[in-house]
Design a protein around this ligand. Structure first.
Ligand code: ZN
Length: 233
């Protein structure tokens, strides 16, 4: 393509998506998507995947049997990841979730995480999904799957119920609330597979713990966990 034509196309595309960095608002240059190269380079990486007994793995010790666990970035008040995740979750910037997932996925290439067979995002409450129109974890999963060259399954793992009963349950501890909230529609899909569960931000690990148990109800399945970010306490 001639540069004149591609400049026109780029200018045209600029009408439809923001051409400034979602972090620092400087203009993006060609090849940059949503986040400028400088901000991307400065993202607060954890490198947890290099240590099997990392803080995310420890979250699940004695709670759920997993193979590997990681979170790509540190989520702290006011930091770049907090800013970006906010836009991914609440400002409709789902594609940016895929960009971040892909960036995290690149760092997992050649690690233990490349052993997984299937990638599955934590499902959103159906009510939240209706309101938001998308599941941000699904978009993170898409980007990560692309980087690791693995398939994504968004159908098998589901939130089992979200009713007045659950609202009443809010009076009880949070883990009780979500504990039985997940199930597999077709356990055969996950049977004998190593599933990598994807979440956006991990805090207590309660949601993921419930998902892990749901996935492990598939015979012969194994689970690993990757959150985009770890929220510091
Ligand atoms: Zn920037």
């Amino acid at each position: 393509m001639s540069s004149a034509v591609s400049d026109i196309l780029e200018g045209f595309a600029g009408l439809f998506w923001p051409n400034v960095c979602a972090c620092c608002s400087t203009g993006l240059t060609r090849g940059e998507e949503y986040i400028c190269s400088h901000c991307m380079y400065e993202l607060p990486v954890t490198n947890f995947h290099k240590d099997r007994d990392n803080p995310i793995a420890q979250v699940f010790w004695g709670r759920a049997p997993i193979e590997y666990a990681t979170a790509g970035y540190f989520f702290r008040k006011g930091n770049r990841i907090q800013k970006l995740v906010h836009q991914v979750k609440y400002k409709g910037q789902k594609e940016m979730g895929a960009v971040l997932g892909r960036e995290m996925g690149k760092s997992l290439r050649g690690s233990s995480f490349s052993e997984v067979d299937l990638i599955a995002p934590v499902p959103l409450h159906p009510q939240k999904f209706r309101k938001r129109g998308y599941n941000q974890s699904e978009w993170i999963a898409k980007g990560l799957a692309e980087a690791l060259d693995k398939p994504v399954n968004t159908q098998a793992l589901v939130r089992r119920f979200f009713t007045a009963t659950q609202t009443r349950k809010k009076r009880f501890a949070r883990w009780e609330n979500v504990d039985s909230g997940f199930g597999l529609i077709n356990p055969g899909t996950f049977a004998g597979q190593h599933i990598l569960l994807i979440d956006d931000v991990i805090t207590t690990g309660a949601t993921l713990e419930a998902c892990i148990h749901a996935v492990l109800s598939a015979p012969g399945s194994k689970v690993s966990v990757a959150a985009l970010a770890l929220a510091s306490a």
